[in-house]
Write a protein that binds this ligand. Sequence first.
Ligand code: PAP
Length: 335
Amino acid sequence: MEQVPVDTKEKDSNKTPVAISSETNHDNNPIAILPTREGWSTPLTLYNNCWLRSHMLTKFMLVKEKFKSRHDDIILATHPKSGTTWLKALAFTIVNRSYYSFVNVDQHPLLTQNPQNLVPFIGAQGGDLDYLETLPSPRLLATHLPLSMLPSTVTTMGCRIVYLCREPKDAFISRWHFDNKIAKGAKTDLNTAFTMFCEGCSPFGPFWEHYLQYWKESLQRPQEVLFLRYEEIVSCPLKVVRDLAKFLQVPFTEEEERRGVDQEVVGLCSFKSLSNLDINKNGGVERAEGKLFIGYSSLFRQGKTGDWVNHMSKDMGEKLDRLVEDKFRGSGLKF
Ligand code: PAP
């Protein structure tokens, strides 16, 4: 399967809100009355029980109505800071391995482009809806949106979804570091960020709603929704890569496994390999009309599990564990 890399220069702009009234008058502007909170690197607005970056809200609001899913779409859905960059790299490399063969590994797109730019986000950040229409099938797409903000055709058409989440304490610490790194203005202290996270107010949060929506979908459509955790890729990358290839309907052949192609995918997409590339050390992109600078290096901080202990108190850890237990009770989902 071939996926055309996204031209980020053209598609990164978030400057043009679409199809929503630009009136500032609250009576005429439905967005202006939505709850908005400061605290993270940019304000968040609550829409459909999901906290979204206010400057991207109008783009995300269009997805449910305007995104035209196709039955053979593959959607990489992730809660932020759960390893999206890693999953995009792995899935892109797996599905395109006959096109970008490992014989010419020095020409592989991952060597010159950040993985985030190789798989477009639905409706934003390089994946504007008109652009997605131009992609050949089967499309490899990504989203941080909760399932409830995607069109129901994603379910009814049987689109395949790979969902990736992460142990919430680690996801929170990764979020906190990332937000402070990309913010050009004031930084958020840990306690403030923690309170907001536990209240469900973080980009694409509440995190528990996000996890639960895709978890339930994976129980209802087990053949079409693969539910993954960051921790299992860290502990068994080769197994996940093989399972992922099967799920994506491009399993490794015995001959490929003999040649170690699956291991090469793991190696090429590893934290060590990607974080040492010039593009990921020195590249980056401006967002939010220049208010944020996302240096690609900020997508490669540590790449470890359990780092929360180095930043959060025992009490904070226990509080978040209790919240997680409470929110996921009865669902079968555990951390
Ligand atoms: P996003 O939410 O902005 O899309 P995402 O890639 O999901 O970013 O999250 C970044 C986290 O994934 C970082 O975790 P950390 O802060 O705990 O270090 C980053 O290090 C980790 N990550 C990115 N690429 C890899 C990789 N190849 N292997 C392992 N972890 C990775």
